[in-house]
Design a protein around this ligand. Structure first.
Ligand code: GLN
Ligand code: ZN
Length: 767
């Protein structure tokens, strides 16, 4: 008899109940008891769903009021010492202080969990870090689940993954120096779980899908040999990529079972299956925890059936990873195209898929004939749907040549033409695109959406905002202007709404961090641009000024990366389709007289595969997609791009290969250190390192920005250097924005004076 389970369930709630409860708690309108009660109800509801689907376990330990990594630290007692909290008496308020900071302490750092859009709090390791035990929350949750009368399987972030994902703050040579202590800490937790009657613990070690050095790999055996001694049965879970290269290690580990992600690594089964030891559970992650497409159940069955005879009840089936990364319940979608809705499965529907698979395995396919037939019908309806296939797009893809991803002339020739055309001063000043999204903008958009104000009225209000933004930029004295993006709710949604092939959900929320959720659009079909998307806005903005106005687009990789992407063709092909749509927009902007066009790619780096050996392939198509969108224009039209997190020293050759005429990047928070890589690499094109951090309302002083600019001049040749903030200003208010930008212009002017003086000096000494 095969068993079924999930690796974790989204905790935010189908109606984002956790978000509301957290925000009233933080805002002072809710108290501890209310928040705790919301948490309890959500856990109960999610366990009930797992029970209804007749899964063999309810998964406990996937709940957290903010983040599961922080919860693990709280459980072990390993919260950062700098806060001075007693780990055993940690209160909810203190827990949130760790996550969000307070007047006395800055918050723990937050970063992306592997290649997901979920952000975890980064553990802080020092020689003083102890794992001597913390709060009892997990043990209380186990009791809660047990009162339901269901078998509770506990999930924990594994010790090696926890260590690896943390950051050394002080006093340690290597993170593994903490290994003996952390193993003791986990051993105590596992012993207590066993005493509480827990029979299975799923222990997540997703770092196994990275390229680990031998020191980390060698740590697995002794760690798990120590942990299994006085513990429930351990299921070591890997996910996010295949782990075939560790097959021997995984089979030899003294754990009771291993979980594999068959969605990300379908081929690894052929490595593992033939030699899988008889006495170990093999859990197969067959239901996609990272995407929203309904599974092809017959196909899944065909893959796992051969293992059933061999493994019996040691065969488990499950989600590929935690369902944290998909929305909660499709039943709350009332506006989706019904045809498309049929093709989808959110977390709740994925439980049903597992239930069907389990019955098919254990009781025979005849018992679930109807369900399998429905799945088959949906798959074939999707494959043959006219919603998906667009012959026009297919034909253009087939006709793509080398020439489509090449500008006419090389950069050095282009830039000469562009300089002659735009006649900008040295160190041109600009901004990244958005200006403050004020309350009145948001209100107008909401009113328009509700139908309370007509289209024309809305248009006029947005035009007023654009005019205001242009006037202010003129006053401040910026050289290259932007329209300010008031008409955009979100840089991906705005374009997705105008492209064919994109759908938008009403309630497809996924947790990004803490109470923050995002609602990624769904790319279900061939992407096609029926008409121009931004041209009238940009044209209007340009009509208000004699200075160059940048057209503003979101690049193909970012459009892909921040969406749920169709799984019936490669991401590469989808990216190329988006690139072609953007290429048409770029050409239309040029025709309308827009001389500078920015194609933002903030998600370019986060699209990198987990394993570095897969980077070149990704980078090749990602660069190609960008170039296809940017290359259909004349040499004197200037292409800009923008990327936020600028730690891309390791991929600089590809950034350069994108061949944007100007790139603007985030550098102020690292004190321009991120720029060094560009200098050493001798980045050939123009570059605008951000001179102030837009994430904070603080207005930087002129002298601070002058200092950063002088630093930048030390690395980047003067002719290539632009001046701009780190990123878009949409989260800021107008007063601080105007002040900061004015200071930025003053700093630039003083830089120009310095340059002029140097040039005169040079002339004098020449004579
Ligand atoms: N043009 C966008 C803006 O200014 C870029 C945002 C981003 O890089 N995330 O808002
Ligand atoms: Zn940015």
């Amino acid at each position: 008899m095969a068993l079924a389970h999930i690796l974790g369930f989204p905790r935010i709630g189908a109606r984002r109940e956790l978000k509301s409860a957290l925000e009233s708690f933080w805002g002072g309108t809710g108290n501890d008891a209310q928040l705790l009660e919301t948490g309890r109800q959500l856990r109960m509801r999610h366990w009930a769903l797992q029970a209804q689907a007749r899964l063999d376990f309810v998964t406990v330990g996937d709940f957290a009021f903010y983040d599961q990594v922080l919860n693990t630290l709280a459980l072990l007692g390993a919260i950062p010492e700098r806060f001075g909290f007693d780990p055993q008496k940690l209160t909810l308020a203190e827990y949130f202080n760790l996550a969000r900071g307070s007047t006395e302490h800055f918050a723990m750092e937050m970063t992306k969990w592997f290649d997901t859009n979920y952000h975890y709090l980064v553990p802080e390791w020092t020689d003083k870090t102890r794992f001597a035990g913390g709060v009892d929350w997990l043990f209380d949750e186990v009791k809660e689940a047990q009162t339901l009368g269901r078998e509770a399987k506990v999930v924990l972030v594994g010790p090696l993954t926890l260590l690896y994902q943390g950051k050394i703050k002080s006093g340690l040579q290597h993170k593994l120096d903490l290994l003996p202590r952390i193993v003791d800490g986990y051993a105590r937790v596992l012993k207590r779980l066993r005493e509480a009657g827990v029979r299975w613990v799923q222990i997540d070690e997703p770092i196994l899908s990275l390229e680990l050095d031998t020191r980390w790999l060698d740590a697995f055996w002794p760690t798990y040999a120590a942990l299994v001694k006085d513990a429930p049965s351990l299921l070591l879970a890997t996910y996010f990529d295949e782990v075939s290269e560790h097959a021997a290690l995984l089979q030899s580990l003294p754990v009771a079972g291993v979980h594999l992600d068959l969605v990300r690594g379908p081929r690894q089964l052929t490595t593992f299956a033939p030699t899988w030891p008889q006495d170990k559970v093999l859990s197969l992650g067959v239901i996609d925890g990272r995407n929203i497409w309904a599974a092809d159940l017959e196909n899944v069955l065909a893959n796992i059936r051969p293992l059933q005879e061999k493994l019996g009840d040691r065969l488990w089936i499950g989600s590929s990873c935690s369902l944290l990364h998909v929305p909660v319940d499709l039943a709350n979608e009332h506006k989706l195209n019904p045809a498309i809705k049929e093709w989808l499965a959110y977390a709740t529907q994925k439980l049903d898929e597992l239930a069907i698979l389990k019955r098919a395995l254990n009781e025979g396919t005849r018992r679930v004939e109807d369900a399998l037939q429905l799945s088959r019908a949906r798959q074939s309806a999707r494959r043959s749907s006219t919603l998906i296939h667009n012959p026009l797009v297919q034909q253009r893809l087939a006709e793509l040549t080398e020439g489509h991803s090449r500008r006419g002339a090389a950069f050095c020739e282009r830039i000469a033409l562009q300089r002659a055309r735009f006649d900008l001063p040295p160190f041109p000043t600009t901004t990244i695109g958005s200006f403050p999204q004020t309350e009145s903008i948001r209100q107008a958009r909401a009113a328009h959406k509700r139908g309370e104000i007509g289209h024309l009225d809305y248009l006029n209000r947005m035009r007023d905002e654009i005019r205001l933004a242009v006037e202010r930029q003129e006053e401040i004295g910026l050289d290259v202007l932007v329209h300010g993006e008031p008409e955009r709710n979100d840089m991906v949604e705005y374009f997705g709404e105008q492209l064919w092939g994109y759908a938008f959900s009403e309630n497809g929320w996924v947790q990004s961090y803490g109470s923050r959720c995002v609602k990624p659009p769904v790319i279900y079909g061939d992407v096609y641009r029926p008409e121009a998307m931004t041209v009238t806005w940009s044209q209007y903005a340009q009509s208000l000024t004699a200075k160059p106005m940048k057209g503003m687009l979101t690049g193909p990789v970012t459009m892909l990366q921040w969406s749920f992407v169709r799984d019936d063709q490669s991401r590469e092909v989808t990216a190329l389709q988006i690139a072609l749509a953007l290429r048409d927009e770029v050409c239309d902007l040029e025709k309308a007289g827009i001389g500078m066009i920015q194609i933002d790619e903030p998600a370019f780096r986060e699209g990198l595969p987990l394993k570095a050996c897969h980077w070149p392939h990704y980078l090749d198509w990602a660069v190609r997609a960008f170039k296809i969108s940017a290359s259909g224009i004349a040499d004197d039209t200037q292409i800009h791009t923008h990327m936020c997190y600028s730690e891309f020293n390791d991929i600089l050759p590809w950034i350069a290969a994108m061949d944007a005429d100007v790139i603007t990047i985030e550098t102020s928070r690292s004190d321009m250190e991120l720029l060094d890589g560009f200098g050493q690499f001798a980045y050939p094109n123009d570059i605008g390192p951000g001179v102030y951090d837009i994430h904070s309302p603080r207005v930087p002083r002129v002298a601070e920005m002058e200092r950063l600019l002088r630093k930048a001049r030390g690395v980047i040749p003067d002719a290539q250097l632009w001046v701009n903030p780190d990123c878009g200003l949409k989260t800021r208010g107008w007063p601080e924005t105007c002040e900061a930008l004015s200071n930025m212009v003053s700093a630039t002017q003083s830089l120009r004076r310095a340059l002029k003086a140097e040039q005169e000096q040079a002339r004098v000494s020449d004579v």
